[in-house]
Design a protein around this ligand. Structure first.
Ligand SMILES: *Cc1c(COP(=O)(O)O)cnc(C)c1O
Length: 422
């Protein structure tokens, strides 16, 4: 076998990678005493080495200071969520006052819908993409039902390609056709299944012309693809932080609300942490919302779970985002070419369902080994590869450029050959 990417070639590519040192900042799970090939950063990002210290800091302050930690902790808990806004804003292209670290992704979608899904007689529809992440669809349908509607008011744009996931044009056509009846559009910026990246700017623009409230689920986009939510005029967005943002299982999510909505006093689910800070502790009866995205925050910050997010953002803060995106594309292109090469050399039927153009994908490569089943997936798993299996036969592999390397791709190639042979 002539390797497409030999270990020595891979090592040489790694040594000229400007981001090579970042891998050292993460714990890489081991397999057979060596690093495993971790390609599930789209599901749970790896632990930053600083996470433990960050969590222990808060435990220590709680131990020593008790309630006074709200003001006297090294990172005071009272404004704790504010320590995240700048870093998050940079990643999503917003103003710091347009984002708030809170809650969980699906819950935040509901919070946003409370404000942005205000159906009228003429406009009750919600538009999403076919093959949306199930939780998003559940959330959308339940919102319709809360307002006395149901699946009849859901426009799910289907894709004509095999994956069933629509492309930009198919979404734009649906906006053109149904736009006047649509109240809210919610789409996953990067599709979790195929890894397709949408033209968020163009779709938002078209939907805004039709008077639609535009929301994006950025679970697979934050920390992965370049975003400019403020400039693109997106109304709201939500994301989780345990995927590409490496903040740990169930870590605190985020919500973006465009600045143009901050003064409007939109209806919302209110709570005391969204109340004017100067009078919050007067414990008054009337809700006086903060004039930023923080108005949507209902509760005080879950400090222990947010500490690991801080450790992760400390790493992101150091990296120019273009470098991150460049490396992600370099590695995922290598992965695609490597799979093509195996297909050409062996005749194995390998279908890549992720769009090939750089501008149409995140860092994930979804691949269908047409004549293989779960046994093949288990073989590669048993040889130290973390990937993700989705019925009926798609393997998702994600590049997380902070810790993945060319060596990972080279070693993966060897594992795939070995597993095909058996
Ligand atoms: C990962 C993911 C979720 C998960 O939702 P949680 O509320 O964080 O459990 C939801 N939507 C999309 C698109 C996802 O990729």
């Amino acid at each position: 076998m002539n390797a497409f990417l030999t270990i020595s070639e891979a090592k040489s590519l790694d040594s000229s990678d400007p981001l090579r040192s970042y891998r050292e900042m993460f714990h890489i799970p081991k397999w057979n005493k060596q690093d495993c090939i971790y390609l599930t950063g789209n599901s749970l990002g790896l632990q930053p080495k600083g996470a433990k210290k960050a969590v222990l800091q808060e435990l220590e302050d709680w131990k020593v200071l008790g309630v006074e930690g709200h003001f006297k902790a090294k990172n005071p808990w009272m404004p704790y969520h504010e320590f995240f806004s700048k870093s998050i804003a940079r990643l999503c292209g917003s103003l710091p006052e347009e984002v708030v670290s809170m809650g969980s992704l699906t819950a935040n979608l509901h919070f946003a819908f409370a404000s942005f899904y205000r159906p009228t007689k003429d406009r009750q529809m919600i538009l999403c993409e076919k093959k949306a992440f199930p939780s998003d669809r559940y959330a959308i349908v339940s919102q319709l039902e809360l307002h006395g509607y149901g699946e009849n008011e859901l426009i799910e744009v289907a894709g004509s390609d095999k994956s069933g996931v629509p492309d930009d044009d198919e979404i734009l056509k649906a906006i053109e056709k149904y736009g006047d009846q649509i109240s809210v559009l919610l789409i996953g910026g990067v599709n979790y299944f195929t890894g397709r990246l949408y033209d968020i700017k163009k779709i938002t623009e078209a939907a805004k012309i039709k008077g639609i409230n535009v929301g994006w689920d950025l679970a697979h986009a934050m920390g992965n693809t370049p975003l400019s939510l403020n400039k693109w005029n997106v109304d709201f967005a939500a994301w989780c932080t345990y995927k590409y943002l490496n903040a740990g299982p169930g870590s605190t999510a985020g919500l973006f609300i465009h600045k143009k909505h901050h003064e409007k006093n939109l209806p919302k689910y209110a709570g005391w942490w969204g109340h004017n800070k100067s009078s919050r502790f007067k414990m008054g009866t009337r809700f006086d919302p903060i004039k930023t995205a923080e108005a949507w925050q209902v509760s005080n910050a879950p400090v222990l779970s947010m500490a690991s997010l801080r450790a992760s953002l400390d790493i992101f803060d150091l990296v120019p985002f273009e470098q991150l995106r460049n490396k992600s594309l370099l590695l995922s292109n290598k992965l695609i070419q490597m799979l093509d090469d195996i297909k050409n050399k062996t005749g194995e039927e390998i279908e890549i369902i992720t769009p090939r153009e750089d501008s149409k994908r995140g860092g994930q490569v979804s691949v269908h080994f047409v004549n293989r089943d779960r046994v093949f997936f288990e073989k590669i798993s048993n040889l130290g590869v973390f990937a993700d299996w989705r019925e009926p036969g798609t393997i998702r592999m994600a590049i997380a450029p902070l810790y993945n390397s060319f060596e990972d791709i080279s070693r993966l190639e060897k594992v795939i050959y070995e597993s095909l042979e058996k």
